[in-house]
Design a protein around this ligand. Sequence first.
Ligand code: DAH
Length: 373
Amino acid sequence: MDSGLRRNDEIMNDSILSGQLIEQFAVFVARITAATSTEELEALRLEALGKSGFYTRLKKELGKIADIEERKKSGQRFNEDAARIENELKIKKEELAKKEMEVRLRTETVDVTLPARLAPQGKIHPVTQVIEEITALLSDLGFVVAEGPDIEDDEHNFDKLNIPASHPARQMHDTFYLQGNGAGKTLLRTHTSPVQIRTMRAGKPPFRFIAPGSTYRCDSDITHTPMFHQIEGFVIDKNIHMGHLKSTINEFLKAFFELDEVPTRFRPSFFPFTEPSAEVDIGCSRANGELKIGAGQDWLEVMGCGMVHANVLKNCGIDPNEWQGFAFGMGVERLAMLKYGIPDLRTFFDSDARWLQHYGFDPLNIPNLVSGL
Ligand code: DAH
């Protein structure tokens, strides 16, 4: 590169100031030429042309030269030099930037043909998935989600639900009692029905909600785990009758199992908090050991339901002559097993990562209920 260096004979008549100019110009050009990085070059630029750089400082001195001719000459040289330094910096900067880019391109290559490293991915538990599905479907029918505590008391879990202390239904519930006696006795809720009581007492009719959540019973065998999940459904309004109950459940079951038809049977039953009460069976076939829902001669129980008992309404300060409605309750694991072909209930809570990989749901690709309600 042409460094722009001037030989000494060119400056025969220059003043001391000009001498400084010549000298520094040569030094700057040499240093610019030798610079090896853009950072170094930037430091040089500041040193030469920056606010307190050499040329900036010198410019102030120039005005002080008394001899007009001398001032003119020095001024001209100054302008030339400063412009050339600027130009040198520019050329070198481009050169260095190009070199630096070449180095980056050589060293920072990405091989797009390499297989992607698989990040471990979690799965959504079937219980969570089924709760989400049921919530989505029933919210289409105007149900909102209500909640209650897992640690309950006798009053909400039994008394207000029309299950008095002496009632045999209490024994059927295999309750985990926690502490205390009498009225203050706490327990792990044996069903989601206490949410009926809590929601009614906290608000005013009409009501239309579902209450999903964990429930607990002191029971453990092939078809029972001490902790399991239920979804309660509850509707109170004026003029609600069993026809509404039947159509809600029929439509829900078709949408949940994603079938055009699901035969149902409302079989008379007993629950202390409903009158009349029924258990809902769905039609299925068990031919060749394979369970098929929606067809065949067999029946399979999927939930309990009924018209909310007048005593339950009264217990919550609601006039049963003005308001009435229906309730239903279903087991989440049971519905998950039926829909997704999971054979063993106990495996739900083994925390086996291989089981979850197999039966769980991809969070980025969860099944969509095609039909909805
Ligand atoms: N709570 C009942 C149970 O755990 C299920 C149930 C049955 C809930 C009928 C209801 C209902 O709301 O109407 O066995």
